[in-house]
Design a binder for this molecule. Structure first.
Ligand code: BGC
Length: 755
């Protein structure tokens, strides 16, 4: 039904622009405008029917807790994200939810961010591809998405008021592309404006962000929703393109909008634009279907979780567990799994699987006995030594010991950042003491953010990074431990040797209201590879129970500045497995410092033993481009680009170099351009050089030839100063005429004639 908004009063229109309560918008019955429900998100539905809150404190109705984004990121599989998105969409329909708040696609700038479990990766391509798959699949079954938190919300410390001070190239290349991809490829119903400021301006009333970039450049047609309580200046927000304030303000901000229009400070046309977008959103209104398939969603949660586990280390093929008779399981995470993070995404699960139960089932089928000991508790423990000693006893009489270690909600959550990467000391002691007596030791980790493996990594045989895997995570881990599922996850974030090695270290979490993104584009592996800083496990790393051979890399230029990379992948082992082809691009072309390599395409394929597949990946223009701050746009610099196939960001095993024509860029010359700029100018430079040498005696020309550093010394001098120092090396009139000719592409004759 189309609503004629000119029939609405200004007050009615303003009332549509903020929530009625915590989770719903206002209805206007006489016009048939329904109230719709927006709720969290992202990896399950948090539908509260009692006391409402935005930190997951009060109860919600039971729904399936699917793997949080940290796990999905490690799957490197858009199909995992899509299946999850569709299932969350079906549950949203069951609860009558019109908009699900997610996915969260902020970049993991620091491993300390308390909310990293809700984000996919330190890399924008992974974040964008998985986010777009989630949104497309979810919206196809009904509810709209709310891609969050737009933008540069990469920490919890002071999240509601800190200014993320980020240069534009870094925003464009690192912090915005995931949003851009999702907006352009999946048309999310809403985008959520974050709490923080960007370069001093709150995201929720930032016209550059919400109108220029989001709408004018990317063509976003949906509604912008504020993060819960993110509005600081409602009137400025409407003018900037922030349509719906959530939750409600009890009418105060609606009145502020009415007053601003009445006083002539806010154009009513802008209010109408926002109203139109909110009305379009209300078309997603739905009545609850009341039902979803609890069992099949739990089974799906188990499958998606198993696809996300990362096998970091597997010395002597200790995993999958076989040919043993006694297994020890240590750690309370095996009986009381930690499978989700704290805060607004907290789901009241329909059920939970403890790893120990499934381990017992799978062990029984294989005639293996299982013994369990807690080893440690998560709270203060007066019996810490006794508990550890018991675990050591159990481990000593086993063929394999599996230690379940990890972080609790106390150590990481929405709302605060971590201060250390270390596991709690009681757990470190258990891992070391158990490893000292056990024949073989496997560590399974449950953590939302990266934990340090130092101090115990070399003592153990295998490490499974389980992240937070959702309500069926316990079973999924058992499936991987026993080889029911072959692990296929890869790190979507680096595990460093030391926290201090992380590029944000000196600038995290900021001070005096500002966090300076001083590392620029060198985020995560971009830094570690460029600065050659050793890490424990690089971005992209992940082992399998089978082996793969990747051969026959062929690259081909397919158009102006686009290409494809083709490889042949063979499963050379004895088990079915999934392999990720990782394509990086490396270049030094252009005027800006590029990371040593950047992930530009990836694809996960399933291969039976002995099976071979040819995988072709497209590299679009953006795969080669950088953001040019002088031209304010993407530029492909002419030059060489090496396409690399890696098993991680640190290990490249095949590469081919392409020469790209790139963009012909003629930057206008001014008297402030350097001597180097003048000589490098494609039309003026050669003429100038010729003119210079033409006027020289043979002896001078020879001297100049023998002293190429002569030009180098003055290269960075602006022409203005150069003239002053040289007493007018070139006639000013000539330079002035050259300047006017410098930005045209014709008139080479005129240039030649002048010099
Ligand atoms: C979070 C959002 C969430 C909202 C509603 C906020 O505190 O930042 O991610 O969707 O609350 O619960």
């Amino acid at each position: 039904m189309t609503i004629d908004i000119s029939a609405l009063t200004l007050a009615q229109k303003a009332s549509l622009l903020s929530g009625q309560d915590f989770w719903s918008t206002k209805a206007i019955e006489e016009f048939g405008i329904p109230s719709i429900v927006l709720t969290d998100g992202p990896h399950g539905i948090r539908r509260q029917d009692g006391e409402a809150d935005h930190l997951g404190i009060n109860d919600a109705l039971p729904s399936t807790c699917f793997p949080p984004a940290v796990a999905v990121g490690s799957s490197w599989d858009p199909d995992v994200a899509a299946q999850l998105g569709a299932a969350v969409g079906r549950e949203a329909n069951a609860f009558g939810v019109a908009v699900v708040l997610g996915p969260g696609v902020n970049i993991k700038r620091s491993p300390l961010c308390g909310r990293n479990f809700e984000y996919y990766s330190e890399d924008p391509l992974i974040s964008g591809v998985l986010g777009a798959a989630h949104v497309n699949a979810m919206q196809a079954v009904g509810p709209g998405a709310s891609v969050k938190h737009f933008a540069a919300n990469n920490q919890e410390h002071e999240r509601m008021r800190i200014s993320a001070d980020v240069d534009e190239r870094t925003l464009r290349e690192i912090y915005l592309p995931a949003f851009e991809r999702i907006v352009t490829e999946a048309a999310p119903a809403t985008v959520m404006a974050s709490y923080n400021k960007i370069n001093g301006v709150y995201a929720s009333h930032n016209p550059w962000l919400l109108t220029e970039v989001l709408r004018d450049e990317w063509g976003f047609e949906g509604a912008v929703v504020s993060d819960w309580g993110a509005v600081s200046d409602r009137v400025a927000g409407v003018a900037a393109g922030m349509d719906l304030e959530m939750p409600g303000s009890g009418g105060a901000t609606d009145q502020a909008i009415v007053d601003a229009v009445t006083r002539g400070e806010l154009s009513e046309a802008l209010v109408d634009d926002a109203v139109r977008r909110v009305l379009a959103l209300t078309a997603r209104h739905r009545t609850s279907t009341g039902q979803f398939d609890v069992d099949s969603h739990h089974a799906l949660a188990r499958q998606l979780a198993a696809d996300s586990v990362v096998l970091l280390k597997n010395d002597g093929d200790v995993l999958p567990i076989s040919n043993v008779s006694r297994v020890a399981v240590i750690g309370s995470f095996a009986t009381e799994p930690r499978f989700q993070g704290g805060g607004s995404s907290h789901i009241n699960p329909t059920r939970t699987d403890a790893a120990l139960d499934t381990i017992r089932d799978l062990a029984l089928e294989r005639g293996i006995t299982v013994e369990h000991a807690d080893g440690f508790t998560l709270a203060e423990d007066p019996d810490v030594d006794k508990r550890r000693a018991l675990a050591v006893e159990v481990a000593a009489r086993s063929d394999v010991t599996i230690v379940f270690a990890g972080l609790s909600d106390r150590e990481e959550s929405e709302g605060f950042d971590r201060e250390t990467l270390s596991l709690p000391t009681a757990q470190l002691a258990v891992i070391r003491d158990v490893a000292a007596v056990s024949a073989r030791t496997v560590v399974v980790l449950s953590n939302g953010g990266v934990v340090s493996l130092e101090g115990w990594h070399d003592d153990v045989d295998a490490i499974l990074e389980g992240w937070l895997l959702g309500q069926a995570g316990g079973s999924a881990i058992a499936d991987v431990l026993f080889g029911v599922v072959n692990p296929s996850g890869h790190l979507a974030e680096t595990i460093p040797l030391r926290l201090q090695d992380n590029p944000s270290w000196n600038n995290f979490p900021g001070e005096q209201g500002h966090v300076r993104y001083g590392e620029g584009v060198m985020v995560g592996y971009r830094h570690y590879t460029t600065a050659d800083v050793p890490v424990r496990y690089p971005f992209g790393h992940g082992l399998s129970y089978t082996t793969f051979a990747t051969t026959a890399l062929v690259t081909e230029i397919t158009g102006p500045d686009t290409a494809t990379a083709r490889v042949t992948v063979t499963n050379t082992g004895a088990r079915t497995g999934k392999h990720v082809v990782q394509v990086y691009v490396a270049t030094t072309a252009g005027p800006v410092r590029r990371p040593v390599r950047e992930l530009r395409a990836f694809r996960k394929v399933t291969l039976e033993p002995g099976e071979t597949q040819t995988v072709e990946l497209a590299l679009d223009r953006r795969a080669f481009a950088y953001w040019d701050i002088e031209l304010d746009r993407w530029v492909v610099a002419p030059g060489e680009y090496t396409v690399q196939i890696g098993e991680s960001s640190a290990s490249i095993f095949a590469e081919e170099t392409l020469a790209l024509t790139g963009d012909v860029i003629i930057r206008p010359l001014t008297m402030d351009s350097t001597v180097g700029d003048w000589f490098a100018h494609p039309r003026v430079g050669p003429a100038l050089m010729q003119g210079l040498t033409a006027g020289m005696s043979e002896e001078q020309a020879q001297q100049a030839d023998q002293n190429p550093d002569g030009l180098k010394m003055v290269e960075s001098m602006p022409m203005q100063q150069f003239l002053a120092f040289t007493g007018g090396a070139f006639p000013v009139e000539m330079l002035e005429q050259l300047m006017t000719l410098s930005y045209t592409t014709e008139d080479q004759d005129a240039v030649n004639e002048l010099v």
